[in-house]
Design a protein around this ligand. Structure first.
Ligand code: ATR
Length: 287
């Protein structure tokens, strides 16, 4: 008897410039394999001048891809290249995940979900903090501020070396709850905060970091970093030595990948210790 079922094999990408260091192919290929799915996930090195053409082909269904991830430097430009950017990505002003759905190209930003899911896993109850400090006001802090606000933390102090950037984020995410400060405000803000989040590049790749004194934070406070190379950043090491709960940033990378996988390949993937060890092994191999 003729079997009329068709087998769809979907293909997804990560587009960036440069993109060769991306760990996303490792993550998605692991999920494809463990779920026994056909399909592929590959890197596409797309220079800024060609990004709009790349997205047009995708949108017209002529690229061979069902969707993909978009990374630096295209996360902001992608918003104008899709039919529907959702409310999360429009508020942030950047998207990281796109997919074709009923002939329309859609976009969202999963960084905030990834950030929150990592804390849910490693520090359950984190969202009960009444006051949080977000260090940094660059691109990466936006999704974090949105997620922390949307999970109900009442007051979010955004502390940044360049005050106007913190002020811009206060306007963007709501001046009643998101309060901008320069770095000098940090010591007086710490005693009231039970959640501290580093979103700056401080400590990335082992660079030296000024001393942070977390000892004025309430006991039981959580300190987390979205940088995951090294896994225990200097900021996390300081907080740990001072007795605080720390959460590294690797889980954010793993969890932000899951919603895209589900859109492209139709199954919910699992973030587990095996995946975490796989990525840690890859980081060690390329250190
Ligand atoms: P990303 O998109 O990764 O967040 P970014 O937009 O360049 O990158 O932002 C980097 C963040 O790290 C900013 O908040 C930056 O502070 P400024 O806005 O003052 O530049 C912060 N940052 C980087 N190096 C820093 C340093 N040595 N001291 C303090 N903050 C630093």
């Amino acid at each position: 008897m003729h079997d009329s079922r068709e087998t769809f094999v979907n293909h997804a990408f990560v587009a960036g410039y440069p993109v060769r260091h991306s760990r996303s192919p490792l993550i998605h290929t692991h999920w494809l394999k463990t779920l026994g799915l056909q399909g592929s996930y590959s890197t596409r090195e797309v220079p800024p001048a060609l990004f709009s053409d790349f997205m047009t082909l995708l949108r017209l269904g002529q690229s061979g891809f069902i969707g993909g991830n978009v990374t630096i430097p295209h996360k902001e430009a992608v918003i104008a290249c899709v039919d529907d950017a959702d409310a999360l990505s429009r508020e942030i002003g950047a998207a990281n995940t796109v997919w074709l759905e009923e002939g329309r190209l859609k976009a969202t930003n999963t960084d905030g979900l990834g950030f929150a899911a990592n804390l849910d896993e490693r520090a359950p109850g984190w969202e009960k903090a009444e006051t949080a400090i977000v260090l940094g006001a660059g691109g990466a802090s936006r999704a974090v501020i949105q997620a922390v606000r949307d999970r109900g933390v009442r007051t979010i102090h955004v502390v940044n070396r360049t005050l106007p950037r913190a002020q811009e984020l206060s306007h963007r995410f709501g001046r009643a709850r998101v309060i901008p400060h320069g770095m000098e405000a940090l010591p007086e803000l710490l005693p009231d905060a039970s959640l501290f989040i580093n979103t700056t590049s401080l400590g990335m790749d082992g660079a030296a970091v000024p001393d942070f004194d977390f000892t004025n934070m309430p006991s039981g406070a959580i300190v987390t970093d979205i940088v995951y190379v090294p896994l225990v950043t200097p900021i996390l090491a300081q907080a740990k030595a001072q007795g605080y709960t720390i959460v590294d940033g690797l889980g954010m990378l793993l969890h932000q990948a899951a919603p895209g996988f589900q859109k492209w390949f139709g199954q919910k993937p699992i973030v587990d210790e095996t995946l975490r060890k796989l990525v840690i092994g890859d980081m060690a191999a390329h250190a």
